[in-house]
Design a protein around this ligand. Structure first.
Ligand SMILES: Cc1cc2nc3c(=O)[nH]c(=O)nc-3n(C[C@H](O)[C@H](O)[C@H](O)COP(=O)(O)OP(=O)(O)OC[C@H]3O[C@@H](n4cnc5c(N)ncnc54)[C@H](O)[C@@H]3O)c2cc1C
Length: 380
């Protein structure tokens, strides 16, 4: 079997699986390398679900990207014969002193999205699972929902293989070298491969391969927990939207009941529990679990109690919390694709499409200028 490819995708998690699929579908000879098994629980994409929302307080410029992602999530569901996206509406709630509702509203206005602004009484009247302070404000956007993240990795990878991609799981990239003819040679713990392009989608392990990013990418352990609701009817998708809640205690987010474990809650988003991704343990700390239990007791009392399950996951946070999607300045055949900072998953198929465009045409119509490496001095 030949070890020569058009493209090697290193890291087959959320972004890598989507990239592999786009490239294979477009006829590229592509190899995906994944150090663990598909959908494993040591990176950033496990835990069943990820919020998808159009209202985007992080910046209006993300809206066209997420709109494209919605289309592609629906396409993936159709191609895979399994739905990977559930629409519930998204509710972003903020206590006084936090401007996230206004920022999300700005993104809706900029892009003509449907939305409603609710006060505390209206939030509790319409979505009885929530208890909030009366002065809380919220923005409800009807397109919000969640993506089934592990299912989607499986679907992207399976379809990529059906389009001719080679996928090696349990194989770790050790390093890569650029070649004088403008290509790249990748060395793994099992072999050596060459290609015209290398796509680095190694998530929390990114700075191992781009040392200039060590100061700009930090990895943090984040906690999520599931709680069984005592009143399932008010916690079902539709009766309860995906949500984010901002207050002085931090930003928490969550999902209606999906599966036997109950509603899922995560946060606080701004927690800084540093982790080396090669550390084996992912269990949240006792303090992290206590914070999640406290949030549920205060704001979703019908699900309060001991979690039915807990899990830890890694955020790869950039200094400005925006993504990195760019070529290495001294090796343009190498793409660095790291959309995380805790909000990247929803974009995965749109990112895969951007990777396909950059590799095959040298450019993209998507606005990736805010994700340029040049903003980080060490690699720019
Ligand atoms: C708790 C939590 C909640 C989140 N919530 C949301 C949300 O609600 N909505 C949202 O949009 N985003 C959310 N995010 C962010 C989102 O999940 C990430 O942006 C996304 O998962 C990143 O995908 P990735 O492909 O970059 O990383 P990963 O999915 O981790 O993939 C990287 C892959 O590279 C592999 N790899 C690394 N090094 C090597 C190597 N040397 N050789 C071979 N393979 C290698 C890894 O094993 C891994 O499989 C959340 C993240 C976390 C942690």
């Amino acid at each position: 079997m030949s070890n020569i490819f058009d493209v090697i995708v290193a890291g087959v998690g959320g972004m890598g699986s989507a990239s592999l699929y786009t490239l294979a579908r477009r006829g590229q000879r592509v190899l995906g390398l994944e150090q663990f098994e598909l959908g494993h629980n040591r990176g950033s994409s496990h835990g069943e679900t990820r919020v998808i929302r159009m209202a985007y307080f992080e910046g209006s410029h993300y809206v066209p990207l997420v709109q494209r992602a919605y289309t592609l999530w629906d396409d993936l569901s159709a191609a895979a014969g399994q739905s990977v996206i559930v629409r519930t509406g998204s509710l972003e709630m903020a206590e006084p002193g936090h401007d996230f509702v206004e920022r999300s509203e700005g993104s809706c206005i900029d892009h003509g999205l449907a939305y409603e602004v609710l006060d505390g009484a209206a939030i509790m009247g319409r979505f009885p699972a929530f208890r909030v302070r009366p002065e809380t404000r919220a923005i409800f956007q009807p397109d919000g929902g969640y993506v089934l993240s592990e299912d989607a990795i499986g679907a992207h990878a399976r379809l990529a293989v059906s389009h001719g991609a080679r996928l090696h799981t349990g194989e770790r990239m050790l390093d890569f070298k650029t070649t004088s003819d403008g290509g790249v040679v990748v060395r793994t713990d099992r072999g050596r491969y060459s290609a015209a392009h290398l796509v680095l989608t190694t998530g929390p392990w990114m700075s191992r391969f781009v040392p200039g990013l060590v100061e700009s990418l930090a990895t943090y352990k984040q906690a999520v927990a599931w709680f069984r609701p005592q009143v399932p009817a008010i916690s079902a998708p539709g009766a309860m939207p995906v949500f984010i809640h901002f207050s002085d205690r931090g930003e928490f987010y969550g999902f209606p009941q999906h599966g036997a474990r109950g509603i899922k809650v995560g946060g606080p988003h701004f927690a800084r529990v540093a982790i080396d991704p090669d550390e084996p343990g992912r269990e949240p700390t006792a303090e992290q679990v206590a914070e999640l239990c406290g949030f549920v007791a205060r704001h979703i009392p019908s699900a309060a109690g001991t979690p039915s399950a807990v899990s830890g996951c890694i955020y790869t946070r950039t200094l400005d919390e925006h993504f990195v999607i760019d070529r290495l300045p001294d090796a343009p055949q190498v793409l660095v694709v790291s959309p995380c900072s805790g909000h990247g998953y929803k974009f995965a198929p749109a990112i895969g499409e951007i990777v396909g465009d950059l590799v095959m045409t040298g450019g993209t119509t998507a606005n990736i200028q805010p994700f340029a490496l040049a903003r980080f001095a060490a690699v720019g």
